[in-house]
Design a protein around this ligand. Sequence first.
Ligand code: CA
Length: 228
Amino acid sequence: MKKVLVLEDEASIRGFIVINLRRAGYDVIEAESGEEALDRLKENPDVKVALLDIMLPGIDGFEVCRRIRATNTKIGIIMLTARSQEMDKVTGLMTGADDYVTKPFSPAELTARVDALFRRAGGEEPVQTGEIHQPPFLLNTRNRTLEKNGQRIKLTQVEYSIMKVFMENPGKALAREEILSMVWGQDYFGELKIVDVNIRRLRLKIEDNVQNPIYITTVWGFGYKWGL
Ligand code: CA
C-alpha cells in the first residue's frame, strides 16, 4: 500500500490534499497537529512520505521534521510552505525535509512531487548490489548507506542519491540542472535551489571543513563536482 501522512491543521486545505492524493491512489493518514502526526507515524511505520505544514498550534512543522529525522532517515518529507515565506523553504530543507511545495498548489503539482519522492523512498528503484569505494568514502548501493573512514554517516534518501551521482561521476563538473534531473527525475518541476540546499546539508555531514569543501566542490555559475 502506498501510505502517505498529511499534517495540516486547516481542515479545508487538508481535505483538498487528502482527496487529491486518494484520487492518485495513495492511502492517506491525516493529522491535525504535530503531536498527532508523530503518534500516527509510530502506529504506521510503513508510511513512505509525509507532508508537513509548518504553521501549526503546538509544535511546528520544522520541529516535527526534526523529530521524525532523529529516528527515520528513510521516509520522504515534503514541507508545505507559504508563498511569502521564502526562508521557510531553506529552513525546512536544513531540518531534514526532502522537498517543499508552495501554497497554493495545484493537485497536479502536489501529486507529481509526492510521486517523485515516493518512487525513491518507496524503494521502487531497481535493487542494486555493490559498493563504490573512494577513500575515505564507502558507498554501499545495496544497503544505501555511506561510511567515511569506517563511520556510518546518516543520510536521507535524497542525500544518498546525490552522493551516488557524485561518486559515479568523479571529477566531472555536473550542472545543477543535471543533478536535479538525475536525483529528482526528468519529470520533476521544482526549483534549482533545492539542489543547492541539499548539497549544503550534505556538506555539513561529509566535509571535514564546511567553509572549505574538498569533496563536493562548487563550479561557479554551473554546478558542482565530486573532488577537487
Ligand atoms: Ca497551518
